[in-house]
Design a protein around this ligand. Sequence first.
Ligand SMILES: NC(=O)c1ccc[n+]([C@@H]2O[C@H](COP(=O)([O-])OP(=O)(O)OC[C@H]3O[C@@H](n4cnc5c(N)ncnc54)[C@H](O)[C@@H]3O)[C@@H](O)[C@H]2O)c1
Length: 385
Amino acid sequence: MKTASLWASLWVVQGLRSYQEGRQGCDYPDLLDASVTELEGGEVNVKYCGTSMTLVKTDAKPDAWSGVNWWLPQMQGKKLTKDELGAIQAHLGDYQYSMPVGMLGRGLVPTRPNKEWQWAFDDYGDSVKQVKSVLAFEVELGNALNKLPSATEELWRGAWLPVDLVEAVAAAKASGAPVRFPWFQSTTTDELHSYKFMHTKWQPSYCKPSCENRGLAYPVHFHIHSCKGKDMTKWNPKESEVILLPNLPFTVLDVKELVNDEVWEFTAPQMEAWLRETHLLPDWFTQKSTGSIDDPDAPRGPWPKLADKVKKGKWDGAKFIKWYEKKWSESTRLRLKMSRKEEQDLGYTLRSRFRLPSIFQLSGELTNDAYSFHQIELKDSEACE
Ligand SMILES: NC(=O)c1ccc[n+]([C@@H]2O[C@H](COP(=O)([O-])OP(=O)(O)OC[C@H]3O[C@@H](n4cnc5c(N)ncnc54)[C@H](O)[C@@H]3O)[C@@H](O)[C@H]2O)c1
């Protein structure tokens, strides 16, 4: 962990330096002239703008493209070509484009997860051809996005980030240095939608299912104040998507770690008090929950008999939740003289007690059981153009 933190802070500083150097001479269309060669073990060397960099098979390298400038505001207002329009549509519509683009952006050789997986870029074992095709696609996408007007919006992004990157952002807040992400970032104007990408279901494959426990990656919620977003709602209305071009500089306004399940953390007196209070159900639950919820805005609780039981047993939050999940039954309800309505209200309130929303699928509700998450607030560090 210590080595990772050191590496991460180096990335923020070096990324900044190489970006500033890059700004003088390396704009993203130069990537079309990159010299790409295969190395032993499947790694790929890319020489671009006087930089030599190796794309790896595992362990992402967030600084791989930190020297490239992707922001060319002078292109705004120019007409999109058919191919550029096609690049937007392909990238938004399909993981077979966004996955290799996401991998390359993190310094990884784009690799199809398995032969059955739909894949937009021919590989046939030819990594050089693969990297060149993805780079060409990214340049097309960059052209398309740069031609669009940039919009001022409140943006939200949910993601799982390597722990050292989260630490680097926290270090940048302390030092006041800007942060840059050298890959295309999907964001949305729909805050609720952004939480979906922080679900434990979507934790990175390299550490799934125990990324948090092993301290390798954390769920992160970004709130970004920017005038540089490229509005994609016309092409992706369902997700109200806005894309941020790689390497835009942001000032870090805040980094906070929050516990996801506050009730689990309660002391015994807090647990008792919670059961003696009323609670409002959060919007994410009443709007999305499967099955209709009567009177969604009504307060739920209190449950005084249950509070008495918790008080007697001196149960803290963790003990109460374990008991409720394992032992609650019809006979418990009858013993505590609770109505079915009180029981249902308790169920709703406990199911929606998490700060991170569940995801709702055809198969049912999937609680996000992440232990905690980071909230990061960013704003543009450069003026709007
Ligand atoms: N994240 C959001 O808040 C958000 C908002 C609006 C729309 N979306 C939509 O959801 C899609 C996915 O968004 P996202 O934010 O998850 O994209 P992302 O850029 O974080 O990741 C895209 C893909 O890149 C690959 N990837 C990224 N990091 C990797 C790593 N370290 N190792 C290996 N592979 C890695 C993964 O296959 C991933 O599916 C987008 O294409 C967009 O249409 C997301």
